[in-house]
Design a protein around this ligand. Structure first.
Ligand code: U2F
Length: 562
């Protein structure tokens, strides 16, 4: 069956159920975005022309909202608790629905079981049953529940699962045996899924798929209105929970010399003691009113937490400048409580690395808050800087629809890509050598991997500098690391083409391989395809990195990926 774009979202709102504060928040958001989704669908339909899109049957099981996993989020929706996850789930549901797929939504174990066809009263059904869904979107909580209640079907069908995973899961943490042997075992990882089955909130490491969410897009008239209505001396502080304001008196008093400070901090009856009297606190606002506040403000200022939330993108989209602190040393699961136990060793160099690296000045200023002069100078400069509202394409409704469409049509983790066995010589030389001999281009010979996605001709291979991760090595060249291309580089032939002087060649399990170790001149190939990883570096190795191009404003997709 062909999928047909939908332009009426009222059935989706019914499917979303009711009762919980979290669901109410999500439904309000979906309603508010309806017109934008519909317009985006029209634009995408035009862009895709008549291309055939298969309709999938999709189960969305939102594990963190189930009572069985504690549902700690719903009771905090109106009290300043995290909303980022609900923003993202609401947008995922809207995107899947608007794209025209068949949708079931579950937020309890009982509903999950009945949709999976698990016989009532049979906690752990040992049989494999046919699964009535082509795809299942869930989270780590939901994954755990499915493993417990699907019996043997779980193994069989887990390639159909997509895990919405805010901060991402790196391959070293995902591979059970490797994680256990090398100290990468955490509360969450070791599921042995294809790392691309994990879908993140921001494009952290390309080892995972970037799912994202959306922010409001303004038309030219609205943009002009906002620019005209800005109060150049108005600041909004990022942080709806009082604890975020603790110990920030120094910055607040500097800021207060220049600007009128507004906050949206949740409170019960009295002003929270962390929020100084000179701050105009509006209390936690409903999303549309929060947007209105951002429209008037010149500055949105972060004090280090929450990490990587949606609000800075909304602020920038509404014409604010986002000022945030640089983290030195960077925060990570090794040194910060919040990231501890998360299946990633990513180093976070500021409160919002996406804002810093993908947006940057004039919209985003990342400064050292320990240096009061630098902090103060930034505020002065921002007050006189003109900025236009800006939203990266990948965070528009159209961008999100385009990306999810591409994933649904092209990502298939149930077929084995059957790469050449490590160490084997490629039957045909797949590379053309670039003149500087550290960079290879894939010959325009698609017959080598017909139907591969992303298409293999977008591969550009680089030998990274010592100690450099492939994520960074590719970005250095204006490219993005593409883990699905690793198999093409995992051969003696690839090293030879790069003129790497291998004295010996060995094949082992190591998430940094393929790589070259300078002392000893040894070349290492990857023995375990699940461990191919863009993330990760060591001063011992120069990694062999598969990079590809990407669309402007849509880093998840290569030029020829649609
Ligand atoms: C992030 O979660 P948060 O919910 O803390 O992220 P925020 O960036 O603060 O904003 C989430 C939404 O809250 C809305 C705003 C954002 O879309 O429009 N909002 C509001 O409705 N009313 C207000 O007064 C102020 C904001 C992140 F998303 C999570 O994944 C992380 O777990 C968490 C911790 O790092 O940070």
């Amino acid at each position: 069956v062909q999928a047909v774009f939908r332009s009426n979202l009222s059935h989706l709102l019914e499917l979303m159920g009711s009762g919980k504060e979290s669901l109410i928040f999500m439904k309000k958001r979906t309603k508010r975005f309806t017109a934008q989704w519909v317009l985006a669908a029209q634009r995408l339909a035009q862009k895709l022309g008549g291309v055939r899109r298969d309709q999938k049957q999709i189960l969305v099981h939102i594990g963190f909202l189930t009572e069985e996993s504690g549902d700690v989020f719903s009771p905090r929706v109106l009290k300043g608790g995290p909303l980022g996850e609900m923003v993202q789930w609401a947008d995922i549901l809207a995107a899947l629905y608007v794209l025209g797929h068949g949708l079931r939504i579950t937020v309890s174990l009982k509903e999950l079981q009945s949709n999976l066809g698990v016989p009532p009263g049979r906690g752990n059904c040992p049989l494999t049953m046919p699964l009535p869904f082509d795809l299942i979107y869930t989270d780590y909580h939901g994954l755990q529940q499915m493993k417990q209640h699907m019996g043997l079907s779980f193994r069989k069908y887990r390639c159909r699962i997509r895990v919405i995973d805010t901060f991402g899961t790196e391959p070293a943490y995902n591979h059970e045996e490797y994680a256990t042997l090398h100290g990468y075992r955490t509360n969450w990882g070791y599921w042995n899924l294809n790392p691309k089955q994990f879908m993140t909130m921001f494009p952290h490491t390309p080892d995972n798929s970037f799912m994202g969410f959306v922010s409001e897009e303004l038309n030219e008239t609205e943009k002009q209105l906002i620019k005209d209505g800005k109060a150049s001396n108005m600041a909004v502080v990022y942080g709806k929970e009082a604890s975020i304001w603790k110990g920030k008196e120094k910055f607040l008093s500097i800021l207060n010399k220049y600007m009128e400070i507004h906050g949206t901090v949740y409170y019960e009856s009295q002003r929270p003691p962390e929020v100084p009297a000179f701050v105009k606190n509006h209390g936690l606002l409903p999303q549309p009113e929060f947007q209105q506040l951002l429209r008037k403000a010149k500055l949105f200022i972060g004090f280090g937490f929450p990490y990587e939330g949606p609000a800075p993108l909304e602020a920038i989209a509404n014409g604010c400048v986002f000022l945030q602190s640089r983290f030195s040393p960077p925060h990570s699961s090794l040194n910060h409580e919040f990231f501890r136990g998360k299946p990633t060793s990513r180093e976070v160099f500021s409160q919002h690395p996406y804002a810093e690296n993908f947006i940057g000045k004039p919209h985003v200023w990342t400064v050292d808050y320990n240096n009061s002069e630098e902090f103060e100078a930034a505020i002065q400069a921002i007050m006189t800087t003109q900025v236009d509202p800006y939203l990266p394409y990948e965070y528009t409704c159209e961008g999100m629809l385009e990306r999810i469409h591409a994933y649904i049509q092209h990502q298939d983790f149930c077929v084995d890509p059957a790469p050449a066995p490590p160490g084997a010589r490629a039957p045909q030389s797949p590379f053309i050598l670039a003149p500087n001999a550290t960079h290879l281009e894939w010959a325009h010979n698609t017959s080598l991997a017909p139907g591969a996605w992303p298409p293999v001709h977008s591969l550009r291979a680089w030998l990274a500098a010592t100690g450099r991760a492939c994520t960074d090595a590719c970005l250095d060249h204006g490219l993005i690391c593409e883990p699905s291309f690793f198999p093409f580089l995992n051969s003696q032939d690839a090293f030879q083409k790069l003129q790497v002087p291998c004295d010996g060649i060995e094949s082992e399990m190591n998430h940094l391989y393929p790589a070259f170790a300078q002392p000893g001149q040894e070349c290492f190939l990857q023995k375990e395809p699940l461990l191919f990883s863009c993330a990760g570096s060591s001063t011992k190795y120069r990694r062999l990195c598969p990079c590809r191009d990407f669309r402007k404003g849509q880093v998840a997709l290569c030029q020829d990926c649609l």
